[in-house]
Design a binder for this molecule. Structure first.
Ligand code: NAD
Ligand code: COI
Length: 332
């Protein structure tokens, strides 16, 4: 059988080659190009494709693959929101994704950034860089003195919880679905209001949906403790960025960890060096000493990227060989 992979980055190549070497009976080929109606033809002769992109999988793109007899598609990431499911269903596509590639990658990043905010490392680094080696007023807050409120106790939220507990924090949590083990141990508060009132650190680990758009806004920030820290390594639309800017200006929030931004598409993972920066609000946040912006890199570790590649190829091989893949996506 033959599997063709689209938009393979340099950092993914070694893992693709490792998988190919371990599966000598499978012919593997790839391109760094995104999958479009035009590039689809590169996969000619393949039985299945492995893909990852933020660009839409449009009806035309899916049709172009189907015209080549290819209807088995494996995503290297979680999100399937950019696939035209009606067309995929009409064409009989079988699709897989990688829902869990490394919760630790994202949770560790969140924990590191939380600790950095509490110790004011950005401010301290800037002082040191220009020769100011005085201690005051850049005093830290210890993690063990914080109550950390975790919204969403899924794969990532639970690892973040363990790391913060390792530092000695008191952890409280909220989830629409209560994990029985955590529930038994009494982690859950009854409502988001309760969490906002009690937490020194509020960290988001829920998927973005219409129902939680801008769940962090002027009203919910007002419920939080003074000097609270907000952590969003989940999805940009969960946070009303303008409300956070107001809360940073007023001093209500002590700091903000931002790995995802509501207007990130087309801005993150691009090089703006020497070009006009496209977003004033983002530029202002990047320049603030108590805001840590990263361009959606929480997931970006060798462990995660390897799993994204390897698990997607495993899934695609299962599809191609008519077996049940580990993580099928419902095409509906
Ligand atoms: P998961 O599905 O394992 O957990 C999500 C949890 O959120 C579940 O326990 C679910 O019950 C809960 N939940 C859903 N809606 C809720 C609501 N309205 N209120 C409270 N809880 C709710 O997902 P995960 O693997 O832990 O990932 C969490 C999120 O992290 C993803 O949805 C994604 O947005 C984000 N993410 C970010 C990166 C990154 O690089 N920054 C990478 C991967 C995932
Ligand atoms: C996800 O997997 O949902 C992410 O947020 C990471 C993605 C940009 C590869």
């Amino acid at each position: 059988s033959k599997i063709f992979a689209f938009s393979i980055r340099k950092d993914e190549e070694p893992y693709l080659k490792e998988w190919a070497a371990a599966h000598p009976a499978v012919e593997v080929d790839y391109t760094d190009k995104l999958l479009t109606p035009e590039t689809a033809k590169l996969a000619k002769g393949a039985d299945g494709v492995v893909v990852y992109q933020q660009l839409d999988y449009t009806p035309e793109t899916l049709q172009a693959l189907a015209d080549l007899g290819i209807t088995k598609m494996s995503l290297r990431n979680v999100g399937v929101d950019n696939i035209d499911m009606d067309k995929a269903k009409e064409l009989g596509f079988e699709i897989t994704n990688v829902p869990v590639y490394s919760p630790n990658a994202i949770a560790e990043h969140a924990a590191i950034q939380t600790a950095r905010i509490l110790r004011q490392t950005k401010r301290l680094d800037a002082k040191i860089a220009h020769g100011d080696l005085r201690w005051a007023p850049t005093i830290g807050r210890e993690v063990r003195d914080q109550t950390v409120g975790i919204i969403g106790t899924g794969h990532i939220g639970r690892v973040y919880m363990q790391i913060m507990e390792g530092f000695g924090a008191k952890v409280i949590a909220y989830d629409v679905y209560k994990n029985p083990e955590l529930d038994k141990k009494g982690y859950y508060v009854d409502s988001l209001d309760d969490l906002y009132k009690q937490a020194d650190v509020v960290s988001l680990h829920v998927p973005a949906m219409d129902s939680n758009y801008h769940m962090i806004n002027d009203e919910t920030i007002a419920e939080m403790k003074d000097d609270a820290v907000l952590v969003n390594v989940s999805r940009g639309p969960l946070v009303d960025t303008a409300a956070v800017v107001r809360a940073l200006d007023s001093g209500k929030l002590f700091g903000f960890v931002m790995d995802t931004y509501e207007n990130e598409v087309g801005i993150f993972n691009e090089d703006w060096t020497g070009k006009e920066f496209p977003d004033k609000v983002l530029k202002d946040l990047i320049n603030r000493p108590n805001v840590l912006v990263t361009p959606h890199t929480a997931f970006y570790t060798t462990h995660a990227v390897r799993n994204m590649v390897v698990k997607a190829f495993d899934n695609n091989l299962a599809l191609v060989e008519g077996q049940t893949p580990e993580t099928p996506v419902e095409v509906k």
